[in-house]
Structure formats: C-alpha cells, structure tokens
Design a protein around this ligand. Structure first.
Ligand SMILES: NC(=O)c1ccc[n+]([C@@H]2O[C@H](COP(=O)([O-])OP(=O)(O)OC[C@H]3O[C@@H](n4cnc5c(N)ncnc54)[C@H](OP(=O)(O)O)[C@@H]3O)[C@@H](O)[C@H]2O)c1
Length: 325
C-alpha cells in the first residue's frame, strides 16, 4: 500500500484526503517512481476545485509535479533504468509516496540538483523557460512586468528575466514579499494592494511602459495589466489565481496600442519530448550556473496537503512549496 492524497469530490482544501491505495506494476511506457518530494502549484487548486476537470474522473490523486527515484521500469521503456533520479510534470497523481509516471514525461536530474529543489522547479521553472524564451523572447534592456513577483513562478521569473538583462518590475502583496522579490532579481516592486500599479509603472519607466506583462493573477488585474504595456507589447495571461478573466472585446487590444495577447500553458510548449528535454536542459543550465536559484520556502508533510493549499490560496506563501511523503 502507498500513501497518497486523493480528491473524492471537488471543493475546498478539506477535500484533500490522506489515505493508502495499491499502485499497479508499471505498464507499457511507464516507470514507477519512489517520490522524495512533490511540488505544490496553483494548478493543483484548479483541479481540486473542479475549475479544471480531472482527466481521470473521481477520485483522483492530486498533484502535477514531483521528483524521485525509478524503482521499476515497464515494457518499452528504454531511456530509464532502476536507480535513475528523475523529475517530471504530469497531469495528476503526484501527491503520493510512489506512483506510475509516463516515461516520456520524465527527465533525468543532474547530480547537482536535489529532489526537493527539483520538485520545487520542474513545473514552475519549465513554465518560466517557455515564458521568457518562447512565448516572448526577453532581451537586454527591456522593461518586463511580473505580477505576484514573490510567488513560485514569480521568483524564478524575476531571476531569469534579470539574468537576460531586462529591467524587472514586479507586483507583490506585502513589504516582506517586496524585499524577497528584490533579493531575487526584481529591480522595482509595487505593492499592488495599496498602489495603482499602472501609475507606478509609468513613473518607473519614465512613461515608456513595458514590452511584456506576465499575468498569473487574472480577474483582479485585468484589464489594468494591458495599460502597463508599450505599443505593440505582449500580454501573457498565464494563470488565474484570483479567478478567470471574463470574455472581452478584442478591439480593446487595438485601442490600447495594437497589443498582442496570449493564454499559454506548459502542456502545449512541452508536448513534444524533444521540446521538453530542450526546455529542461535550459532550466538546469541556469540553475547549475547559479543564475537562477529555486527558493523552496515551504515544506509540509504529505498528510498536510490541505494546509499547503490553504496557505497558497491565502497568499501566505513565497517561492515554491513542496510536500514530503
Ligand atoms: N500556464 C502555465 O503554464 C502555468 C504554469 C504554472 C503556473 N501557472 C500560473 O501561475 C500563477 C502562479 O502560480 P504559482 O503556483 O507560482 O502560485 P504563487 O504565485 O506562488 O501564488 C499565487 C500568488 O498570487 C497572488 N495573488 C493575487 N491575488 C490572489 C488571489 N485572489 N488569491 C490567491 N493568490 C493571489 C499572491 O501573491 P501576492 O500576495 O504577492 O499578491 C499569491 O501568493 C498561477 O496563476 C498559476 O495558475 C501557469
């Protein structure tokens, strides 16, 4: 029997149920992974609430990111052997002491990257890789705007954009978060609960505004986020921590300066294995060089998954959170 956290009916954090279940032997193309750490992400909240429908129905094991050791290999798997250290992003099944993972979603971890660090960065770090290098290519001297700069994705994004030479402007929910974002590559912070973030962006950029806005907040920051963009700027709406953006008239993009807008997801960018491996190599490179650090600032026991969700939704966390089975 294996300890897992399952959702039997969608709802608040209390639906996360710690229990034991049987895990089958790995099937075609699967590996069995003994997990040392599981990442906690906002997408776990969307699945738990039912905002994103579970592809496997109910009940499902929560979680979408993890790291551990390969303990069994199914037929047809050629890339992995028992004992390999791996990290992965895969839809559901992660809040577990052991699990089956589709081998084509796993990547081998470099020796210098620990399991906890890997569980804190596979989903968030790969997301930042495509956000700053594929969705929009961040370049030296650009003004780059990041909402929730002290969050899991936020702290990695600030560091990576800074590493690429951008001038990074980030919003944060408190003074403590502002100090943390600044220590992680964010040049200017805006306390968006108290300050008008558009007016402050105008002031910081001397009226030039930004080449790109990365917005994982959604409902409460739209459409003001568009006003932080320079003409022809790119609005990247990559999440909905405050709720989804309502349908809007596309002509707003014309009125605000021939803007571009996209709603990307990691699934699309990492769908092909070759892209996943390329993205992972780029991520490992910036982490191994020290240009990007992965702040794992909250660690919980697997049985405390509900608390981890309450803290994440309650804006009480910074950087990455992990569960230890
Ligand atoms: N599209 C993709 O491929 C992809 C992949 C990974 C993550 N994401 C998205 O990226 C965003 C960040 O994810 P994360 O896991 O790193 O979370 P996170 O940023 O660590 O946590 C969310 C943060 O959002 C801010 N926030 C503002 N309004 C909020 C509200 N009403 N409720 C809760 N939080 C609110 C809070 O920061 P302050 O206190 O500073 O305001 C909070 O700490 C999420 O929207 C997630 O869905 C998208």
């Amino acid at each position: 029997m294996v300890a897992v956290v399952r959702v039997h009916k969608v709802g608040g954090p209390d639906v996360l149920t710690y229990e034991e279940i049987e895990i089958a032997a790995p099937g075609q193309g699967q590996i069995r992974v003994k997990q040392y750490a599981c990442g906690v992400n906002f997408i776990d909240v969307y699945f738990r609430m039912g905002l994103y429908p579970s592809p496997v129905g109910l009940p499902f094991v929560a979680g979408n990111e993890g790291a551990g050791e390969v303990v069994a290999v199914g037929p047809g798997v050629t890339d992995f052997r028992i004992g390999d250290r791996v990290g992965y992003v895969a839809a559901l099944g992660c809040y577990a002491a052991e699990r089956l993972v589709p081998a084509d979603r796993a990547v081998k971890l470099p020796a210098s990257i620990g399991y906890e660090q890997a569980a804190g960065m596979m989903l968030k770090g790969l997301t930042v890789e495509y956000l700053v290098r594929r969705t929009f290519k961040v370049e030296k001297g650009m003004n780059v705007f990041v909402h929730a700069a002290a969050g899991g994705v936020g702290l990695i994004l600030c560091q990576w954009a800074n590493h690429l030479g951008a001038n990074v402007i980030g919003t944060v929910g408190s003074k403590e978060k502002a100090a943390l974002a600044k220590a992680n590559g964010c040049h200017h912070t805006i306390l968006y609960r108290d300050e008008d973030f558009v007016a402050r962006t105008k002031e910081i950029t001397g009226g030039k505004m930004c080449a790109v806005v990365y917005d994982g907040i959604g409902k409460t920051t739209f459409p003001a986020s568009l006003d932080c963009l320079a003409p022809l700027g790119m609005f990247v709406s990559f999440g909905s921590a405050s709720g989804q953006i309502d349908a809007f008239n596309i002509n707003i993009l014309q009125q605000k300066g021939s803007l571009f807008a996209t709603r990307p997801t990691l699934n699309t960018y990492a769908a092909k294995r070759a892209d996943l491996l390329d993205m992972a190599n780029n991520l490992f490179e910036v982490v191994e060089s020290g240009a990007v650090k992965i702040p794992v600032n909250q660690k919980y026991s697997l049985r405390d998954a509900a608390k981890a969700h309450r803290d994440l939704e309650g804006r009480a966390t910074t950087g990455s959170s992990i569960l230890i089975p």
